[in-house]
Design a binder for this molecule. Structure first.
Ligand code: AP5
Ligand code: MG
Length: 219
């Protein structure tokens, strides 16, 4: 069963995806993580991606299509998608790509008020080594600049400036909200109040995934 996590910047897609992966046997497609990897490369494409991301804009649909195709070729089995699709053309492309792989079983829509998103993003830190996500206010690491899991250095993303966050929120409103409406019309949206504790949100998601028939790893 393929699952999509959708929601504005800072709504908790990455945080919830990691909890899902601990309980259910799914591949993880994180558009942002893959693009941040590309942006580190010393190549024309790497530099272009880094520049687009730092401004809070979206990279092209054609680049994302190549990335999706490559990921699906290399990973058999069901997938939890985080950060894809972000526009109607991407949604149609993903539906087509998953046609012979069981389609899309569920779209989880994390709903969080804008002022909460801005606060969360200004205090998020990420491990440079293992990508673990923390929040200096709501979900702090034990030591301020060090990852609890691997001891790696914690950093703030390049697209966390107030201007880039504003742009990312605007892009979500204009380009990604229509995707939510698109899946809603098909009856596949599961709305979750994302302005609760990380654990409370995960309990709701976990229950839903079990209810639609996804098997727990430990069961
Ligand atoms: P991406 O990396 O996907 O960024 P985003 O969508 O803006 O989302 P975030 O990763 O910022 O937030 P999140 O929802 O994962 O929240 P998190 O769990 O970290 O994409 C980055 C960029 O890549 C885009 O801007 C674009 O340039 C490009 N891109 C990506 N996909 C693309 C596509 N398909 N097409 C074209 N371009 C694309 O949580 C946030 C913080 O809140 C953390 O500190 C966390 O600890 C804390 N937190 C989480 N949940 C809670 C809670 N319940 N209570 C309190 N704190 C919480
Ligand atoms: Mg994320």
């Amino acid at each position: 069963m393929n699952i999509i996590l959708i929601g504005p910047p800072g709504s908790g897609k990455g945080t919830q995806a990691k909890k899902i992966l601990a309980d259910f046997s799914l591949n993880y497609f994180s558009a942002g993580d893959i693009l941040r990897g590309l942006a580190k490369e010393d190549s024309p494409l790497g530099r272009e991606v880094a520049q687009i991301m730092a401004q809070g804009k979206l990279v092209s649909d054609s680049l994302m299509a190549q990335i999706i195709e490559d990921f699906l070729t290399r990973n058999e089995g069901d997938v939890v998608f985080d950060g894809y699709p972000r526009g109607l053309d991407q949604a149609v492309f993903l539906e087509k790509s998953l046609k012979n792989r069981g389609g899309i079983s569920l779209v989880i829509n994390l709903q969080v008020p804008e002022e909460v998103l801005i606060n969360r993003l200004s205090s998020r830190v990420i491990c440079r080594n293992c990508d673990a996500v923390y929040n200096l206010i709501t979900n702090p690491p034990k030591k301020k600049e060090i990852c609890d899991t691997c001891g790696g250095e914690l950093y703030q993303r390049d697209d966390e400036t107030p201007e880039a966050v504003k742009k990312r929120l605007a892009v979500f409103d204009r380009q990604t909200k229509p995707v939510i409406e698109f899946f809603d019309r098909k009856g596949g949206i599961f709305n979750v109040d994302g302005n609760q504790s990380i654990e409370a949100i995960y309990l709701i998601i976990r229950k839903k995934l079990v209810n639609i028939g996804l098997g727990l790893i430990s069961a």
